[in-house]
Design a protein around this ligand. Structure first.
Ligand code: NAD
Length: 482
């Protein structure tokens, strides 16, 4: 268990603010408490990050990359301990928790290698004896606000590219899941010699997030979380024109066309709906099935959902609990409202019979609904699969795009033209054809519309933590410029 709540200017602090309980969602029992950062602690962290930035930004990128590679090694050496904490504070199944920790180490290694790849450009000048350089500079101080669903991976999606580019960071884990982050940094900080103030952690709830993101010390806010929080942060940031990178929620459609391999589609969509109890931004949240194959799809999908094991995440079943009471209530409420609309529940629709404590909901398959159903609108973030029958591809494209979100979408078909139409006409930032979830670290995970305004991973994600400067080098004896 971590012993402190904050890491500021190279020092651990127990914290002086109110305490927040951290719960184990498997049992709803309290694990420990952490302290909400006070205004003074937020100010200290901002000052430390600002003071450290100039020297950090001037270091050769390869030195920054080396520290990140050492960080990756520490994370990779502690997969078991960090996974145990993820399971305990968050309810992730063992294999998903181990995947998160290993994938985080891999991600940090990948981003560290941008140390020799962040390049500028040299442009031809209109004047004799002049060359124009576009150079990439760090923003300065980055505020990184993290959700509870991938506390380590999403954290390093921001931290690694920010640091390699020469920014300093103040990061805030979610109040639901601070323990894995704090313990990870205890392990890293013992082994890796980051200068004081380059990385700072503050623990706390939304008020601490607001305290960080409303500061005019920040040059960039990188936020992952709920759409409504993202909008609130963007409004606040607009007051002093602080740059924002917002990675928000989704309402992913999965289209199953009449020529699809149904077994493959069932297996992959079910995985994209129930992995981590449906609490992923890329989770399938709506299924549109061609009417010719609807009966076969529903039967096979329902059977497969009933075969999933649901239980203690430490024992690595297919699915564990929701993270907390509020998330469980959101799922429960959406299904109850669908029931009132006349929807038919093919399986699930409540907690597993053997679970009396904790935040549990069974894999749930719902049919006899249409596009107007409550289940097709807001992000649910639970293992609920609403199925709507469709018969024309124009109609299914229209339905898929009929949402404020635009993150991930899925198309299952054996037809080249159907796949190409889906890939190009669905107005989402990423489309998976005949494939379940899991984005590549060299790709670009980007939400369109109200799913965000930026993107992460790969070249384009790395460069998001830099801004361009133009430098005119005049060495001729002519009269350049105006
Ligand atoms: P959330 O918005 O409730 O909280 C996210 C973080 O913001 C937490 O650290 C919280 O303390 C902080 N916060 C809350 N109010 C704030 C405020 N006013 N100002 C600043 N910070 C504030 O989200 P959540 O419930 O933790 O995460 C789930 C959401 O995240 C889902 O919508 C999911 O789709 C989304 N998500 C998106 C991606 C992506 O890559 N697009 C990845 C993971 C999760």
């Amino acid at each position: 268990m971590p012993e402190n709540s904050h890491f500021i200017d190279g020092q651990w602090h127990e914290g002086e603010g109110d305490s927040i309980a951290v719960e184990n969602p498997t049992t709803a029992e309290e694990i420990t408490t952490v302290n909400n950062a006070t205004e003074g602690e937020i100010e200290e962290a901002l000052t430390a990050a600002r003071s450290a930035q100039v020297a950090w930004g001037r270091r050769p990128p390869v030195e920054r990359g080396a520290l990140l590679r050492e960080t990756a090694s520490v994370i990779a050496e502690n997969v078991e301990e960090l996974s145990d904490l993820l399971i305990e504070e968050q309810g992730k199944t063992r294999s998903v928790a181990e995947f998160e920790v290993s994938a985080t180490a891999e991600y940090v290694r990948y981003m560290a290698d941008w140390d020799r790849r962040i390049e500028g450009e040299i442009l031809p000048s209109d004047d004799q004896g002049e060359s124009i350089h576009l150079v990439r500079k760090p923003y300065g101080v980055v505020g990184a606000i993290i959700p509870w669903n991938f506390p380590l991976f999403v954290l390093f999606r921001k931290l690694a590219p920010a640091l390699v580019a020469g920014n300093t960071v103040i990061a805030k884990p979610s109040e639901e899941t601070p323990l894995s982050t704090l313990r990870m940094w205890e392990l890293v900080e013992e082994e890796v010699d980051f200068p004081d103030g380059v990385v700072n952690f503050l623990t706390g709830d939304g008020s601490v997030g607001e305290g960080i993101t409303s500061s005019d010390v920040l040059d960039l806010i990188s936020f992952t979380g709920h759409r409504d929080t993202g909008i609130a942060i963007a409004r606040e940031a607009a007051k002093d024109l602080t740059e924002t990178q917002l990675e928000l929620g989704g309402k992913a459609p999965a289209i199953v066309w009449k020529d699809a391999d149904i077994e493959k589609a069932v297996e992959r969509i079910l995985k994209a709906n129930t992995s981590f109890a449906g609490q992923l931004c890329t989770s399938v949240e709506r299924i549109y099935v061609h009417s010719d194959v609807q009966e076969e799809f529903e039967r096979t999908y329902t059977d497969a959902a009933e075969d999933l094991s649901v239980g203690d995440p430490a024992e690595d079943p297919d699915m564990g609990p929701h993270v907390n009471e509020a998330e469980l209530e959101k799922t429960r409420d959406a299904v109850e409202r669908a029931r009132e609309e006349g929807a038919k529940i093919l399986t699930g629709g409540g907690p597993p019979a053997d679970r009396t404590k904790g935040y549990w909901y069974e894999p749930t398959v719902v049919t006899d609904i249409d596009q107007d159903s409550v289940l097709m609108d807001e992000e649910i973030f639970g293992p609920v699969s609403p199925i709507v029958s469709v018969s024309s591809f124009d109609e299914v494209i229209e339905y898929s795009n009929e949402t404020e979100y635009g993150l991930s979408a899925y198309v299952y078909t054996d037809s080249y033209s159907t796949a190409m139409r889906g890939a190009h006409e669905i107005e989402f930032g990423e489309v998976y054809v005949n494939r379940t979830l899991g984005e590549a670290l060299q790709g670009f995970h980007t939400g369109w519309n109200q799913s965000g305004n930026s993107g992460e991973d790969g070249k384009h994600g790395a460069l998001k933590y830099t801004r361009l400067k133009t430098v005119y080098h005049n060495y001729g004896d002519g009269e350049p410029g105006w």
